[in-house]
Write a protein that binds this ligand. Structure first.
Ligand code: PEP
Ligand code: MN
Length: 280
């Protein structure tokens, strides 16, 4: 997409024109998001070791996930918690994804690491804390990999869409938006999943939009209802954290589903998807 075409994304806000149709984005050979079929990304918050990653990868694939997630670089709030395995984690992700036959998504935190991460993963994730990092947005915009752009947890929908524009403006048209919860006055949940944003982003852009009910709630027992709501409001997919033993997880254990709970979530999501003329 050219720069002038991509600018029309924002034009929809200004002109309040009819909603654009969602552009299908090919995430990997045979995996397309933005059509009738929803795409579910699932896996651990962080890559911890090969055995755990392999167990989760097999389980989520068996339950119907189409993309394996897992962080090698973890931008944790505290510097004294697990920060991820870094390059060793990238190698594990590539090997396990290849072994089970799923494409992989992982976060890239620095513009200087885009090439390295792109050699190990099929899809590049921009985390909530990096949404405003323009050099990083430009670097992934120049990369031949689809990009999963998380909304900054204190960003407006317009700022999020403009961050996508930064990527598109450098020539990469394969961008998927991810609503992952924003900070509000309510501390009962970790963040507040903004379902309005899914519908609004679909009105403002033609990009696929997915929902992250794991970070959006912060509590494992709230993930399934939030996932159902996300699909009902029109999301094109979900990204869900799954861990073989959440109590032992090195990050985000509170919001991680067991493989069995993920299986149950997929069953529930299929029923909502059918009600809105989608499949999983
Ligand atoms: C993650 O996906 O594990 C993650 C760190 O997400 P976010 O950037 O939305 O916090
Ligand atoms: Mn996480």
């Amino acid at each position: 997409m050219s720069v002038s075409e991509s600018r029309t994304l924002i034009g929809f806000v200004e002109q309040e024109a009819a909603p654009p149709r969602t552009r299908p984005v090919e995430l990997a050979p045979g995996v397309v998001i933005g059509g009738t079929r929803l795409v579910v990304f699932a896996g651990p918050c962080a890559i911890e070791n090969e055995a755990r990653l392999l167990a989760v990868a097999r389980a989520v694939k068996a339950a119907g996930a189409q993309v394996l997630r897992g962080g090698a670089y973890k931008p944790r709030t505290s510097p004294y918690t697990f920060q991820g395995l870094g390059p060793a984690g990238l190698a594990l992700l590539r090997d396990v994804a290849h072994a089970v036959g799923l494409p992989a998504v992982t976060e890239v935190m620095a513009h200087t690491e885009v090439d390295l991460v792109a050699r190990h993963a099929d899809i590049l994730q921009i985390g909530t804390r990096s949404m405003h990092n323009v050099p990083l947005l430009h670097a992934v915009g120049e990369c031949d990999r689809p990009v999963l752009l998380k909304r900054g947890f204190m960003a407006t929908v317009e700022e999020w869409v403009l961050a996508a524009e930064h990527i598109l403006s450098r020539g990469n048209s394969r961008v998927v938006l991810c609503e992952r919860g924003i900070r509000t006055f309510d501390t009962g949940t970790r963040f507040t999943l903004d379902l309005n944003a899914v519908a609004l982003a679909h009105r403002m852009t033609d990009l696929p939009v997915i929902v992250d009910p794991s970070h959006g709630t912060g509590h494992a027992d709230l993930v399934l209802p939030a996932a159902r709501a996300g699909i009902a409001v029109g999301a094109d997919g979900l990204i869900v954290e799954v861990h073989p033993d959440p109590a032992e997880a090195l990050s985000d254990g509170n919001q991680s589903l067991t493989p069995q709970a993920f299986h149950d979530l997929m069953h529930a999501v299929r029923r909502v998807a059918a009600a809105v003329d989608r499949t999983v």
